[in-house]
Design a protein around this ligand. Structure first.
Ligand code: URA
Length: 433
């Protein structure tokens, strides 16, 4: 078999066989296929797409490219959630403790942020001492004992995806439906969960910009999950605007804690409760409506917050920061972004807000970049709010004051202000079962 022939076949619109897809992923994993041929095939897939059969084969090949985890020792029902990536998306920090506090095990492997989107691992590392790397034994023991552990993905885990993603990221081939589905589901299926809830984001801050495309991606991933024998549903949620008011690592941890305290922003709370409800429902705890009530109660009675504190303590983090989130270290400098005119905020483009926080040091352009845990944006106004001229719409936070000019320019350019209040958009567009 020759990689040249596989690239040519896909370039000309052909359907790849299972053997050809396995050959490709094996070569990606063992390094025998050069980067330029991998990139060329990704581009051919970007243009020509893949059938559901090809996408499933690609997903299973990615899943099998490294270690498969065995969680059978944990016992009980294990549920996980995965977001396709967004801005201000700190839902895992809220949802995982809610679900674990209600007795469903959550053995969570999370990613780092890249580009304008944030990652759960970076957020957790904003908590002093928090260890995002645990040995397999520690990880399994912790989930067994307290029901929740959150770690980063190890190198041996779906290694083909690591290589593919790095090349897609620099060859403009990230936003391909089959490549995204195989990347996300390949990793999810390598873990050993019974139930999976996907949070497929839609809108400017997500990889899929339209609700139709997001629904198609959701259906594809649910289909792949079912073929792999999982209980799986997807929620399609709004990422046209940032979720909550905080963007940036420690700022988002603080907002997640406030949400678990019952004082979180409405949009964030609603999405978190919906995601937790789906996880609990798949795990057999009742209808999504009944499970939403359980989730709200776990916030109200403090059990979800206690679960987060227990998890932070177990992973070496300073739990006092969670008990008293006001004590998190602050950025050395802040800068108020003021509105240049009066009116309603008609649009706050999520992707641009993410890029603005990136400019402040909250994210990374390449996997090697360092992150400033305190950097980010605190929104003072959101889409639909009225602002007066000169009123603060956001506070920028950074240790690097030289970044404020660029971050402010991006943010103001992405904030549309007009005379009419915009129509309310749905927060949750639908559920794909
Ligand atoms: N998240 C992933 O893990 N992979 C993608 O391709 C896109 C989002």
């Amino acid at each position: 078999m020759r990689m040249y022939d596989i690239i040519k076949k896909k370039r000309d619109g052909g359907e790849l066989t299972t053997e050809e897809i396995n050959y490709f992923i094996k070569g990606v994993t063992d390094g025998s296929i050069p980067d330029y041929q991998i990139s060329a095939l990704c581009m051919a897939i970007w243009f020509r797409g893949m059938t559901v059969r090809e996408t499933c084969d690609l997903t299973f090949a990615v899943r099998d490219s490294g270690e498969r985890l065995d969680f059978s020792e944990i016992g009980g029902i294990r549920a996980d959630k995965h977001s396709t990536g967004g801005v201000g998306d700190k839902t895992s920090l809220v949802v995982a403790p809610i679900v674990a506090s209600l007795g469903v095990k959550v053995a969570k492997m999370s990613g780092r942020g890249l580009g304008h989107t944030g990652g759960t691992v970076d957020k957790l590392e904003a908590i002093d001492g928090f260890r995002t790397t645990l040995s397999d034994e520690e990880f399994i023991r912790q989930v067994k004992e307290i029901g929740l552990a959150i770690v980063g993905q190890s190198k041996q885990f779906a290694p083909a995806d690591k290589k593919l993603y790095a090349l897609r990221d620099v060859t403009a081939t990230v936003d391909s439906m089959p490549l995204i589905a195989a990347s996300i589901m390949g990793k999810k299926l390598a873990a050993d969960d019974d139930c999976i809830v996907l949070d497929v984001k839609t809108g400017s801050g997500s990889f899929m910009k339209s609700a139709e495309k997001s629904a198609e991606l959701a259906r594809l991933m649910v289909d792949i999950g079912k073929r792999a024998g999982k209980k799986i549903v997807a929620l399609i949620t709004n990422m046209d605007r940032p979720l909550g008011y905080a963007i940036g690592n420690s700022l988002e941890v603080i907002e997640a804690v406030e949400t678990l305290n019952g004082n979180g922003p409405e949009d964030l709370t609603e999405v978190c409760v919906a995601l937790a409800a789906q996880m609990l429902s798949l795990a057999g705890r009742g209808t999504p409506e009944a499970c939403a009530a359980l989730a709200r109660n776990a916030i109200r009675d403090g059990s979800a917050l206690r679960k987060l504190i227990e998890t932070v303590r177990a992973q070496g983090g300073d739990e006092r920061l969670i008990e008293h989130p006001g004590t998190f270290a602050k950025a050395k400098f802040t800068h108020a972004v003021k509105s240049e005119k009066e009116g309603y905020i008609r649009r706050a483009d999520a992707e641009a807000y993410g890029l603005s926080s990136l400019a402040l040091g909250a994210g990374r352009n390449t996997a090697e970049d360092a992150i400033d845990p305190c950097a980010g944006i605190l929104l003072r106004k959101k889409t639909g709010d009225f602002v007066r001229r000169g009123e603060e719409i956001a506070t920028l936070c950074s240790d690097n004051p030289a970044a404020f000019g660029e971050a402010e320019r991006i943010l103001l350019g992405a904030t549309e202000i007009g005379d009419e209040r915009p129509e309310d958009e749905p927060l949750i567009y639908g559920v794909v079962e």
